[in-house]
Design a protein around this ligand. Structure first.
Ligand code: CA
Length: 228
């Protein structure tokens, strides 16, 4: 990454915090820290981090409450949150609850795993920092040259299919409704039937599978589509 991402690490255990600050910094990130939930909310306001790593159990305001508040507010909703939770205590509950967290890691975790997950989240929200090249699985999209490759094989796409893929790759894992895709790919003012979306997703799928590999686009019944 050309510009270091600014991460807010919220962890109340000093030893754990120290280890993570060391490793995140070594991985090229700028790290600011908080040891309680209230300070975390203030720091998000003041420092506008690109990502928040948030421990579940925190003094003053729990991680889950911090997460809920950040995801409730339009200004902070898009900031990815990686939650940390202790195995056996909250791990299962984290899974069950709709925390709004973008990812979570169960303690004890390997630092390498956390670093990898942080990178994935950052790539999602800061595609520009990786040279306008988006990568999801074996797909690579170069936004400057408008070239797409799958596992090294060039994929030829019509402009609409290219814009569709670009939307999918910028928000890998997100479930897109047909309406959201219409707005994003065709623009709000143009009247296009939702069925048109299906047709173009079909063409995109055909082009991607012809390049080799499985269909990377998932149909979410009754809702829309998702990549990766
Ligand atoms: Ca804690």
């Amino acid at each position: 990454m050309s510009v270091p991402a600014r991460l807010l690490l919220v962890e109340d255990e000093p030893a754990q915090r120290e280890v993570l600050v060391y490793n995140l910094t070594a991985d090229g990130h700028e790290v600011i820290t908080a040891d309680n939930g209230e300070d975390a909310l203030l720091l998000v306001e003041e420092e506008r981090p690109d990502l928040v790593i948030l421990d579940w159990m925190l003094p003053r305001l729990s991680g889950i409450e911090v997460c809920r508040r950040l995801k409730m507010r339009p200004e902070t909703r898009a900031i990815p949150i990686v939650m940390l939770s202790a195995r056996g205590e909250e791990g299962d509950r984290v899974r069950g609850l709709e925390t709004g967290a973008d990812d979570y890691v169960v303690k004890p975790f390997s630092v390498a795993e956390l670093l990898a997950r942080v990178r994935v989240q950052l790539r999602r929200v800061r595609p520009s920092t990786v040279g306008a090249v988006l990568e999801v699985g074996d797909l690579v999209l170069d936004a400057e040259s408008h070239r797409v490759h799958r596992a090294g094989v060039a994929v030829k796409l019509a402009p609409t299919e290219y814009r569709l893929l670009s939307a999918f790759m910028e928000r890998a894992g997100r479930v897109w409704t047909r309406e959201a895709l219409l707005d994003r790919v065709w623009g709000r003012d143009i009247y296009v039937d939702a069925r048109t979306v299906d047709v173009h997703v079909g063409r995109l799928r055909k082009a991607l599978t012809e390049a080799g590999g499985d269909d990377p686009i998932r149909t979410v019944r009754g809702t829309g589509y998702s990549l990766g």
